[in-house]
Design a protein around this ligand. Sequence first.
Ligand SMILES: Nc1ncnc2c1ncn2[C@@H]1O[C@H](COP(=O)(O)OP(=O)(O)O)[C@@H](O)[C@H]1O
Ligand SMILES: [Mg+2]
Length: 246
Amino acid sequence: MHILEIKNLHAKIENKEILKGINLTIKSGEVHVIMGPNGVGKSTLSHVIMGNPNYEITEGNILLDGVDITHMQTDERARRGLFLSFQNPPEIEGVTTADFLKASVATKEGESFKMLSFAREVDTYMKRLVMKKEFLTRPLNEGFSGGEKKKMEILSLYMLKPNVAILDEIDSGLDVDSLKIVGEHIKAYQEEQKAGILLITHYQRLLSYIQPDFVHIFLDGSIKKTGDATLVEQIEQNGYDNFKKA
Ligand SMILES: Nc1ncnc2c1ncn2[C@@H]1O[C@H](COP(=O)(O)OP(=O)(O)O)[C@@H](O)[C@H]1O
Ligand SMILES: [Mg+2]
């Protein structure tokens, strides 16, 4: 059983307070969804959880399995089982997809890393995701289509096997077929690993593949309401206005 606890988290960037007291607990096997308008701080929250040094935490803390990780380096958080899929996956010139995956997995596994089992797993998961082998020798994400970048994120997820995964708008810019693949694989991963999942999304569509246990409405730097999947329908129909008044 793994648990990520976020307690009264406040953070700022460029002297502007973006996160204004976030409380959120994610346990193994739970699927949480954060929905909210643009610019309210959803991506900021995911960056702060992962330890992006551009943000300053001014109050509160983050615990993973009871250990305070609030000020730990990103790679240490990853070793402890946290994973973030970026809203805009970076293109990395000069680093092939294979090198990137190998470095990430080797960092996470340390001395127990084995090249042979790594290679086997990459092969298995790429087949599952219907990804061509040539991606391995291409520079990471360079010239990948939107759908290919997101599949790459799912491949990283499978390879790194995090206990808690944060997926920031993993469904944005996907056509219906790619969305189905991505949605079904997140679900498969979550069930296989009994992982805790935090999905940040604008759309109900992804949630037809992976059903949320908790839906959080995020407005102006904090979670204004938490409920079940029925909240998603309310948002689809009426937008966020009703929650702003509350
Ligand atoms: N580097 C930065 N400097 C100043 N403001 C920033 C920076 N990065 C993000 N912000 C601001 O933080 C707010 C929240 O952004 P973000 O977390 O990306 O929102 P969301 O993901 O909910 O759309 C926005 O107003 C954005 O302009
Ligand atoms: Mg965002």
